[in-house]
Design a protein around this ligand. Sequence first.
Ligand code: XMP
Length: 331
Amino acid sequence: TWTTGGVIEEQLERIRAQVGEGSAICGLSGGVDSAVAAALVQRAIGDRLTCVYVNHGLMRQDESEQIEQAFGASTGGAKLVMVDAEQQFLDALAGVTDPETKRKIIGREFIRTFEQAQADILREQGVVEGDHAEATAFLVQGTLYPDVVESGGGEGAANIKSHHNVGGLPEDLSFELVEPLRALFKDEVRAVGSQLGLPEEIVWRQPFPGPGLGIRIIGEVTKERLDILRAADAIARAELTAAGLDRTIWQCPVVLLADVRSVGVQGDGRTYGHPVVLRPVTSDDAMTADWAKVPFDVLSRISTRITNEVSEINRVTLDITSKPPGTIEWE
Ligand code: XMP
């Protein structure tokens, strides 16, 4: 039978057996999965774990700062390296519109950033290149069971999307993956996180995909479009939180239809702006989902505020599709 304590003990043993005397790095996304994975590995190998937070420029408003602040409490005091890679990711994504290509590029750039971070860590520790290279090349990922299934890793599963904490992983991966949550569903990960003493705000954080807002802009990802989406997303999240709906809904992606424009009117003037889509869903494990019946007055406030406060957006629409047939994210 499944017990949280049993899962923790079993995983600690497995991590120790896999990593041995080596050290590992963990890409921290700020979400519950990577925080719990990091906390487990930290318990298993102590300060031989270094956490790396990559600001890929695809995060939501103020998110990087919040993650840096929350981090100390969330992983039992493991080391944290912050990497600013915004320009690198934006350059790599320039001109790209295909969803799977975006995911693969984001995954590849994450790995490159981790490799660079690891080289820096080794140099700081005085390890000469080549030495210990094998023993230290472990990468911790907060991959969950649904991610495995939907990426085509599970039995008989189709490749729906290249899911991973980092997006799609490159084939020539120079790290050995440590994935202590691979058999777990989100509610089980939350139980493990609570038992490990992670703060509530991390344990109950709504899911946010590793590829971030990069897969919520339908069309090319640019800094300007990211800023527009960040502004709209911040309003939607603030209003949903104010309405007390954070635990009722699983998550509410806000999607920018960047290549679509429609005619509107504001004051005396014609506008020709972009629509955003609100995608509030309820779910138990993200394998299936239903569209959330958010009260009309809350939807109305979100719509009014977004169109008033974000000048490039002149239409707010609501996605009322369940999963299946729709997925939660649009890409
Ligand atoms: P979909 O869109 O497949 O999403 O219905 C299911 C859940 O997974 C999240 N998601 C991801 N999480 N890396 C992640 O860590 C990813 O590449 C990724 N893609 C989707 C999504 O937000 C939802 O909670």
